[in-house]
Ligand binder design. Structure first.
Ligand code: NAG
Ligand code: NAG
Ligand code: NAG
Ligand code: NAG
Length: 433
């Protein structure tokens, strides 16, 4: 009953007053990230040796499983303490990050940081293979991850790029791999290194989407890993433990949509296919896969059955199975997206608008049918990742990444935030209901 009254009140607020509809609520914020170190002396040692530089630690991806909120910290720079972490949902406003599944799994072998101190080259520097101390690495090791995905079968899928110190002296410590954990036991299920021929010049694997067929058919799962730098899509079959690389013209960026102005920083990106979302599940388990390039304002779709068929998806006959859904209009560039099955609404970040957008899949796709769920020139500067959890809360992580990459952050301000809202409340008063 209370819930019912609340909804009525919200509808009234949104329709009668027509201002400030329900907004995302700020759940967590940080000036800088702190970690739960095994001891104060380990932390001191890490600071002394340069393995931990607090300002190098930028949160980027998130996902939620029961009371765990996972947060990734990619190794853009050399002083990242741990790349895969979690906090507990009940934690206070500025929680401390706990490495997952362990500190050990998130610790680079010795010698990596000291080598990277030697030069401060740009992105062009060739990755070096690190031979020393490989013994410290295991199949559970997480070198550097951008995004992760919790699936319906209580598994955590991690796209580990294996690449450390990306902006400094990049080092390919392990091959890029899908690393899958059992969330109930925190045990490794499988590590699948991507075959060498999946990795091209400029390859950049920064996302992973998991498509579990019919409920409870957990073996029959596929992962889709977009390659935003070399414009491809890797499809991995869990059952067959095998992957293939798919190409399509729609995976490329739009040359007219590569200019960004975010938080006072102007820059140009050529990022291709990046955000993917699974549409509504049909009874036979088939779904649409929505996707878009980051430097683009267009949305596309392809049936998951096409991607899942290796011979067909890698041949030329599949070209016309890919369709244009529509265009969001100018400044509509988006990183992550997520489809809420129940409302039939696609949520996506709006990086050039400091906001979060939505679209109801029953409607045509054009600028007029896009909703802006929330926007804020402080709290939502560079919304980087978003997910809808099992209780249909929308979670959004914003992190001012352009300032981190190209200028510097002001560490007396709140730079990193995680915001949250209920899907049904957020879409009230938007074109997405
Ligand atoms: C990783 O797993 C593979 C089998 O999947 C095994 O052959 C290999 O020895 C494992 N490596 C380590 C370091 O445990
Ligand atoms: C999956 O394939 C990889 C690489 O081809 C191999 O190293 C690994 O042992 C396989 N794992 C399983 C569970 O079959
Ligand atoms: C893959 O697609 C081809 C062509 O449509 C079809 O003949 C084949 O049966 C499909 N394979 C599977 C496993 O569905
Ligand atoms: C950093 O932020 C604080 C608080 O907003 C502000 O007072 C200060 O001037 C800023 N410093 C710089 C260097 O911009």
């Amino acid at each position: 009953m209370r819930r019912y009254l609340r909804t009525i009140l919200l509808v009234l607020l949104c329709t009668v007053i027509a201002i400030e509809c329900i907004k995302l609520e700020e759940k967590y914020c940080w000036q800088q990230l702190e970690y739960a170190w095994p001891s104060e002396s380990v932390k001191e040692q890490a600071i002394q040796s340069g393995k931990y530089k607090v300002e190098d630690n930028l949160p980027l991806g998130l996902d939620v499983w029961k009371d765990k909120l996972f947060i990734t910290v990619p190794r853009w720079k050399s002083g990242v303490a741990s790349s895969l972490n979690y906090v507990t949902i009940s934690d206070e406003k500025t929680p401390i990050l706990h490495p997952y599944p362990s500190w050990e799994a998130n610790t680079l072998p010795d010698g990596v940081q000291s080598q990277s101190e030697a030069t401060a080259g740009g992105r062009a520097a060739a990755p070096k293979a690190v031979q020393s101390n490989v013994g410290a690495l295991s199949n559970s090791s997480i070198i550097s991850t951008f995004r992760i995905r919790v699936d319906e079968c209580d598994r955590l899928w991690v796209m580990d790029t294996g690449l450390a110190d990306i902006l400094g002296n990049p080092m390919q410590i392990m091959p890029p791999a899908l690393v899958i954990f059992d969330l109930r036991t925190n045990e490794l299920i499988r590590r699948y290194p991507l075959p060498d021929d999946h990795v091209k010049e400029d390859t950049f694997f920064a996302n992973v989407i998991v498509d579990v067929g019919k409920k409870d058919d957990c073996d029959n799962a596929y992962a889709y890993v977009p390659d935003l730098g070399a414009y491809g899509l890797v499809v991995y079959s869990f059952k067959e433990n095998k992957s293939w690389r798919v190409k399509h013209n729609f995976f490329h960026f739009d040359p007219l949509s590569g200019d960004y102005n975010i938080g006072g920083v102007n820059f140009q990106w050529t990022d291709g296919i990046f955000g993917l979302a699974l549409g509504r599940a049909e009874t036979d388990g088939s779904r649409k896969v929505y996707f878009h390039a980051l430097s683009s304002t267009k949305e596309f779709e392809v049936p998951n059955r096409v991607l899942q068929n290796e011979s067909y998806s890698t041949g030329s006959d599949a070209y016309f199975d890919y369709k244009l859904v529509g265009d969001r209009g100018s400044n509509g560039q988006s990183s992550a997206e997520f489809f809420d099955d129940e409302a039939g609404v696609l949520f996506y970040t709006q990086v050039n608008k400091d906001g979060v957008g939505c679209w109801n899949a029953k409607k045509p796709y054009n600028p007029d049918t896009q909703g802006l769920v929330d926007s804020d020139s402080d709290a939502l500067v560079f919304p980087n990742d978003l997910k809808v959890d099992a209780n249909r809360n929308l979670w959004v992580l914003s992190d001012r990444m352009p300032a981190f990459l190209y200028k510097s952050l002001n560490y007396t301000e709140f730079n990193y935030r995680i915001l949250k809202g209920k899907v049904d409340d957020l879409i009230l008063g938007t074109p997405c209901v």
